[in-house]
Design a protein around this ligand. Sequence first.
Ligand SMILES: NC(=O)c1ccc[n+]([C@@H]2O[C@H](COP(=O)([O-])OP(=O)(O)OC[C@H]3O[C@@H](n4cnc5c(N)ncnc54)[C@H](OP(=O)(O)O)[C@@H]3O)[C@@H](O)[C@H]2O)c1
Length: 279
Amino acid sequence: MREIGIGLLGLGVVGGGLVRLLRENGEFLSRKTGIRLQVRRVLVRDPAKPRAVSVPREILTTDFEEILSDPAIHIVCELMGGLEPAHTYILRALEAGKYVVTANKAVLSTYGPEIFAAAEAAGSGLFFEAAVGGGVPIVKALRESLSANRIRRLTAIVNGTCNYILTRMTEEEMPLSEALREAQARGLAEADPTLDLTGADSAHKLAILATLAYGGFLSADQVYTEGIQDLEPLDIRFAREFGFVPKLLALGREEGGRVEVRVHPTLVPETHVLASVRE
Ligand SMILES: NC(=O)c1ccc[n+]([C@@H]2O[C@H](COP(=O)([O-])OP(=O)(O)OC[C@H]3O[C@@H](n4cnc5c(N)ncnc54)[C@H](OP(=O)(O)O)[C@@H]3O)[C@@H](O)[C@H]2O)c1
């Protein structure tokens, strides 16, 4: 059976989840595709750190060059997050002719043109479905199936943490701080929720979606961004009295060749399909 080698950058929430899924579903995937996926090396900061998903010590490394120079590694999965060194490693992997998969919306919404050009020049593939709306999935649909369509409007809930918090604030009349603590206890929000609450994470994702939908390149700092951090239970009570629920929406609109991109709390009519997206 053909074997495809994977070099994993990061073994945190997403990297660990990938290793677990490959373990659980590896046989099934091999039967279906005729390919065996093999994680050959995993880059981390601290190999001694205890982890929820463990891998053999000998495949852990702190040296990216070991991944780059291994000819049996065909796919590099960048699941480290942050801008650097993720940006440099993605470019170097593409230049080395490796396929790159990344879940990193921050890096794509900042260095998109450089990374897309490098993927094209190298003739290798760049895949990033997990970076935005991975559960839908929307990236492949926009890149391929809908590529010939003129998309006038994008309206999306792209941040699960904020949506969970707003749902709890709406349904249980909780203050934001309590809903946030609950989301953190359930593993739905990170210890530092700043990127989520300020709307920055949604802006990263909208920049990627808008780039795919409208062409050209839209960076995250071109997105007008307001978060949910200042919402109070009273705002939500008033909204409900008028038949609305608050949602943090990512909105894109094209008109007359101009594109508008915004992220902000929005009052959505209770009857709108997005109002029923609860978690
Ligand atoms: N968490 C989610 O639900 C989610 C969903 C979709 C997309 N994403 C995206 O997925 C990516 C990863 O997120 P995550 O939540 O899995 O992050 P995480 O839990 O913080 O894990 C990051 C991993 O990368 C490693 N790492 C970070 N910087 C490194 C460096 N300079 N050199 C070597 N290793 C380094 C860390 O090593 P150590 O373990 O040794 O510290 C850790 O294993 C991010 O781009 C995020 O935006 C996350």
